[in-house]
Each structure stands twice: as C-alpha cells, then as structure tokens.
Design a protein around this ligand. Structure first.
Ligand SMILES: [Zn+2]
Length: 353
C-alpha cells in the first residue's frame, strides 16, 4: 500500500494532457502540457464538458475583450464540469471521483468587496480564460475545492457545465428583484437570454416576454416557458399590452437597450447583462420620469447552490440549449459554430472524446 503524503496529489494523475490553446487571434492549436498540480485547498478536475461562450469566440476572433488582451498563449473555456481526479493538501481524499461543476472565478476572499459578500466584484479575482489565467479547453483543470460544486448523478455533464451561464441568469434575476408575480421582459434569446427566461420563471415571474430577431430562438424561448414572444424585426416591445416591471437586457445592442428601457413600467428595473458597445445612448427622460433603476451585472456570486437545485428539480432545462458537441481537436470549429450556423444556440466541447 502506498501512503498518500501531505504534499502530493491524491491520487497521482496522468503526466500530461491535451489542451486547446489560443495562440493569437484566429489561431487555436492542440498542445500537450503537464497536468497541473493542485495546491493546498485545491482539486484537479478531469473535464467532461465545457460550454463555448460568446466571450471565448470574441477572444478567438479579436484576441482581446476590452482591457483584457491575449498577450501569451491562452486556454479558453470557463463553463466546465467534470470529475475530481486528485486533491491537494487539506482536501479530503473522499472527494476523488465526485462529479462537479466548476465555478470558474476564485476571488481572494479577503478584500472589502469579498468581505461585503460581493465576491464577483473582487479586484483580485482569478477567472478562467481571462488573461493571464488559463481556462478549461483542457483534459484537466485545477480549481479551489470550494469552487468545485458537487452535482447530483441525474445531472448530465453538459448541464453541469452550463450551470455557469445559468448563474448569469440567476444573478440577473436577483439584481432585477424578480419574484412571485413579476412581469419580465427578456431582450435577446441567445444562451444567456434563454437561461434568464427559465430563471425568471423559476423565481416566480408570471409573465416572461422575450424579444429577438431570430424566429428559431423565439420558438425555443416559447418551448422553455416564455409566455409571449416578440419578433423585433416587425414589432416593438414598447407596444406590449402591460408594461414589464423588469428588463433583463441580454442582447447588448444599443437600439435594443433603448427600446427595452422605453418598454418598462414606472419604477421598473433595467438589468444590463448583454455586452456590446462600451457606450450606448440612454433614454434619460424615460429613466427620470418613470424613476427607473438601471444596473449592470458582473458575473455572479453565490449562485451555484440555486442553479444546482433548479436543474436537479427539473425547473430549468439546460440540455435543451445544446446544439453541437465537439472534441478538443475541433475546438476551433466549436468557437466558430455560432457564426456559421444562425440556428446554433450553445455548443460544448468534450475534451476527452
Ligand atoms: Zn476579494
């Protein structure tokens, strides 16, 4: 019998692994790298599924997002699930074999924002696939043990990975104060819009109107429970019979943001989730006359327990969003799937297939 020592991973994992690396804009290659070793309080996760996010595609196409610039080779992917393959010092060996969903941003847990409970605003956050932190288009990743959330057996690998975008939707609902009886307008029926629809319904919203320009996505929104859909090519959300009290803006389009805000009821709340132009026109008189609250969202904090419970209970269906599955050697195809196929909603990478 081999005794596990305090400073060696338990059990040892393979010596090397495959990763898909972004070497520059439009250039992704599969490389062999050493399997990362877990530090104290960390676990190694053997990755089973990783969702492709719009931000991954943006890094692939442009090599940067705002102030985050890819200057060194970067592993993309931050929506990951898998199985604990080894544990670092201080983590119970019993966690090996546990299926987990990875919360991809680990804060410092010591700064004023963390201590105020807003760890998503931690300036010391280390977030997957954000330069210089590598992401999860890899066979293995290392993460803080507390940010590898156990998931129930009945949850698929893909759903466990997509708890990350669901968390964005849950956080948007929390920021918007969505609760029983809320009337919610979701602008943009991409993956974040579609999880926001489901989260709003799970939070008790009784009307969830969705607008988009893509009929296939609107049909999916209706299948997932939206009470009304608006084709933004031919109709205006400002003409809704009853104005919504909460806007979850998931498109990032400047014109759509303005229309969504104009659609709001008095004392409504606008939650700006979608990323688009850095500066957009704001219908100031509407914001003032109706005393609207306008807020941004940045990732999420404390959402995984809610996300796991909602999916486990069948209140949110994440598997329905998956429109394509790729191996690691086709990571580039996965990153461009949304551009090539307008009916693509969410694609996932299975690094070990
Ligand atoms: Zn902090």
């Amino acid at each position: 019998m081999t005794a596990a020592t305090a400073d060696a991973p338990v059990p040892p994992v393979a010596p090397s692994m495959r990763v898909a690396v972004l070497r520059g804009a439009g250039d992704v290659a599969v490389e062999e790298r050493p399997v990362p070793e877990p530090g104290p309080g960390e676990v190694v996760v053997r990755v089973s599924s990783v969702g492709v996010c719009g931000s991954d595609t943006h890094y692939y196409e442009h090599g940067r997002i705002g102030r985050f610039v890819v200057e060194e080779p970067l592993v993309l992917g931050h929506e990951a699930a898998g199985e604990v393959a080894a544990v670092g010092p201080g983590v119970p060996a019993a966690r090996v074999g546990q299926r987990v969903s990875v919360e991809p941003g680990v804060p410092d847990l010591t700064c004023p924002q963390c201590l105020a409970g807003r760890y998503n605003l931690c300036p010391g956050m280390r977030f997957f696939a954000t330069p210089p932190i590598d992401g999860a288009f890899a066979e293995y990743v290392v993460v803080h043990a507390a940010f590898a959330h156990p998931v129930p057996d009945g949850m698929s690998d893909d759903a466990a990975a997509l708890l990350e975008p669901l968390s964005v939707g849950i956080w948007a609902c929390r920021r918007g104060g969505v609760s029983a009886g809320s009337r919610v307008l979701v602008v943009g029926a991409g993956p974040i819009g579609l999880v926001s629809v489901q989260a709003a319904l799970a939070f008790g919203a009784t009307e969830v109107v969705v607008s988009d320009v893509n009929p296939a996505r609107l049909a999916l929104a209706r299948d997932l429970g939206a009470t009304e859909v608006v084709d933004a090519r031919t109709a205006d959300v400002a003409d809704l019979d009853r104005p919504p009290g909460v806007l979850l803006e998931c498109s990032g389009h400047p014109a759509a943001i303005g229309q969504g805000i104009r659609a709001l009821d008095r004392a409504g709340r606008a939650v700006l989730v979608g990323m688009g132009g850095d500066e957009v026109p704001l219908p100031l008189s509407v914001v003032q006359e109706r005393e609207l609250e306008v807020t941004g969202t940045f990732r999420y904090a404390g959402t995984w327990p809610t996300a796991i419970a909602l999916v486990a209970a069948g209140r949110v269906d994440l598997d329905r969003l998956v429109t394509g599955t790729y191996g690691l050697d086709r990571a580039e195809d996965a990153l461009t799937a949304g551009r090539r196929d307008p009916d693509s909603v969410k694609v996932v990478v299975h690094p070990r297939s």
